[in-house]
Design a protein around this ligand. Sequence first.
Ligand SMILES: [Zn+2]
Length: 488
Amino acid sequence: MKQETEEQQDFVKEVTKMSDDFDRWYTDVVRKAEMADWSGVRGMMVVRPYGWAMWEAIMRAFDDMIKESGHENWAFPLLIPREYLMKEAEHVEGFAPEVAWVTKAGGGMEELEEPLAVRPTSETIIGAIIKRYIQSHRDLPKLTNQWNSVVRWEMRSRLFLRSREFWWQEGHTFHASGQEAMDEAQLILGYYRSIAEDWLAVPVLVGKKSPAETFPGAVHTLTLEGLMRDGLALQMGTSHYFGQNFARAYDISFSNRENERELCYSTSWGISTRLVGALVMAHGDDSGLIVPPRIAPTQVIVVPIFRDDEGRAKVERFISSWAGELKAAGIRHRVDWRDERPGDKYAHWELKGVPIRLNVGARDADAGNVEMVDRLTRERVSIPVAGIGQRLTKALDAFQRELFDRAQKFQRDNTYELGTLDEVVAHFRERGGFVWAGWCGDAEEEAKIKADAGGVTVRVIDEATEAAGKCLVCSKPAKFRVALAKAY
Ligand SMILES: [Zn+2]
């Protein structure tokens, strides 16, 4: 019953203040800004055009990156035979609790001979299919990707962050050497970092997952972790190196240069619609969203201000005299001619987080100016329309940079260095953020950290920095420098 109240369809009247209740604020913003909603199928969301357009911008950017380095898009089946799913033991165990099954079909609801899993991820079916196309080392690497949705039977749900169906890309690659596959996993991690930092303006920590947090069946998992404005971390993408584990389970082999059969080395990697939730939580404020210009469906909103038909005609003529310049400059813009008061329009576009608003009245038309308002700083400046395309391009670039700088400052201000588990427990009782500490690598100690510090986990193992000092739990010399956090 509780789920129904969480997912009720009534329109949000007011946005809860972020400082009052972050969770409510998040849900209010996502729904009121028309990004996504619950669908009527429990735990399954509908992504509305405003949210989907942000995902499309991410898709385009990432698709360009992977095509550039020789990856190809495929479409693999939605349903996976049970026997495929069962072949890699750790993988099965990891996903079993979340798999949805198709067991009946047809008008008479006849039982299927073998149940089919709705893909929770596609390693198993891609492995079973791709081996047909790999005979020799000359067929490698095989760099596949698909854009699709997957189903994981989650019991808790949260728009964009956790839902029974979500949209993503899943890359699966097959290589002739372990080094090449590890390099691939790193290459993709770099692309993901660029998506997070250069496109979403969210600074991230990157590194390896601890064994307990490693993807089922992987040798290692690389991750990127962003910090949300409530101090919780969010995993924003993962890239896995499988060694020969999957190739062994699915018998994916090739004849190498010495003409001997050898198992392939493989990777998989994914980013999802969760990134849209990340940009809400990393940048938003009490008035709603703040969307990075490179992702924004509308970068510039023009609000005409007039009293009567004559005023409207004048403002309309004025706007059309320079709107073409915005188009020529490649700026995604709209003019809001809806029959609403200007003040309501301002609030509407602030909630939607459009980076720049232009207010245009009859007096502005006479002077050849517009009033430019910045969503981040809320500064209002009067600018001449001469050269407006160029000026707005610069303003949008500056906005993108400032948004990243602000998020980076927030991350820096909320990152700590602590020495003992007691300190860590005390820290997370009071606040969130990232805590760097030394760790010896013992898995039981990792479980103890999680139990004692209220769900705090090892988010990232820093591979770039040599560990120094002692393990926070046992005081033996630290082997790893790790970032701890509470996470979504
Ligand atoms: Zn230890």
